[in-house]
Design a protein around this ligand. Structure first.
Ligand code: 5GP
Ligand code: ZN
Length: 119
């Protein structure tokens, strides 16, 4: 069912403590941890505890949770001291856009110049 843990999901395993991760911050509904292959000095993944495949499903099925995730990303940006210099929040959606883990996650990127468009 929507939101339920998936046995084959890497991020559900991290949430369960079965795969180690460097947790940055957690709330009742949202967990943030450092990306294992950082693309910027600060590169944090912010995920809901509930399993949704992508940002579209999260927004459609659990809009309040989607809002909580964005609010948490902003809190972490401030705590990581990247809010003033500017940061980027990315939701890769679909394999064609580079999504490799199908448990929705916001990439929070900062601490370096971020050009646009990204290429
Ligand atoms: P996607 O490509 O799906 O948008 O992002 C998946 C992200 O998860 C990638 O940036 C990748 O580096 C990160 N990642 C993959 N496996 C692990 C892992 O085991 N631990 C952590 N912390 N990050 C991971
Ligand atoms: Zn999952």
């Amino acid at each position: 069912a929507a939101g339920e843990p998936q046995a084959d999901c890497l991020f559900c395993k991290i949430l369960a403590g079965d795969v180690p991760a460097t947790i940055v911050h957690e709330t009742k509904d949202v967990v943030a941890f450092r990306d294992i292959n950082p693309q910027a000095p600060t590169h944090i993944l912010v995920i809901p505890r509930a399993h949704y495949a992508n940002a579209g499903e999260l927004g459609a099925d659990a809009p309040e949770l989607a809002g909580a995730l964005l609010a948490e990303a902003a809190v972490i940006a401030t705590a990581e001291d990247i809010a003033d210099s500017g940061y980027r929040i990315v939701f890769n959606t679909g394999a064609g856009a580079g999504q490799t883990v199908f448990h929705v996650h916001a990439h929070l990127l900062g601490g370096r110049g971020l050009s646009w468009p990204p290429g």
